[in-house]
Design a binder for this molecule. Sequence first.
Ligand code: GLP
Length: 240
Amino acid sequence: MRVLIAKDYDELSAKAFEVMMGIVKNNPYAVLGLATGTTPLGLYRRMIEDHNAHGTSFAHIRTVNLDEYKGLPKDHPQSYAYFMRENLFLHLDIEASNTYIENGMAQDEQAECACYNKLLAEMPRDIQLLGLGSNGHIAFNEPYTPFGSETHVVDLTENTIKDNARLFSDISEVPKKAFTMGVKQIMQAKQILILVSGANKAEAVCKTVCGKVTEEVPASVLLLHPNCILIADKEAASKL
Ligand code: GLP
């Protein structure tokens, strides 16, 4: 794992943009694994600005997202499908039909997971973008998720529900379950880019980078990936 420390969030986003656009400019048919959360927003803003200023095209790019809340329809403002549309896709020339995310409303969980597994197998990702949960989770793979896991439905931990409550008007509105890509599938991406910002992630960064590879800290599996870059701002890197 290559660890880059940025002086602030802006520099973190600029470095992430360089890595992401290196992939897009090299291969206009690339498959991008994308993430939600507040951390990638600076990167997404830069991608939009670059598209507007330089016409970088996403017409042939395909994307696949990590996770989605169970029970939220894709037009619900707190759904990850909505987040991706509003914060990225609507502002690029990407085809909506080339963007994939789990269907949070699927009644048959098993069938939805099998369908996503098939999709991931057919669309090898050139890069997988990740954020980091304050408990070390990646996507919605909470501590002790087996490293061999594929797409599954997860019961979110109290910690994650609390962390994500800031984006809802009340903690009671945060869904208790979510669909998530598995750890095994995250690791199958050719390259991984994980972005971490803020002092509340410092402990998790430390456990990810300096500790041992353990299912207790899902992100620690990334130490085993041959091409992984972690970009942290100064606050997130403060315990390294
Ligand atoms: C959520 C998402 C993760 C994301 C994490 C961190 O739990 N499922 O994919 O990485 O939040 O989010 P943030 O970047 O807002 O701190």
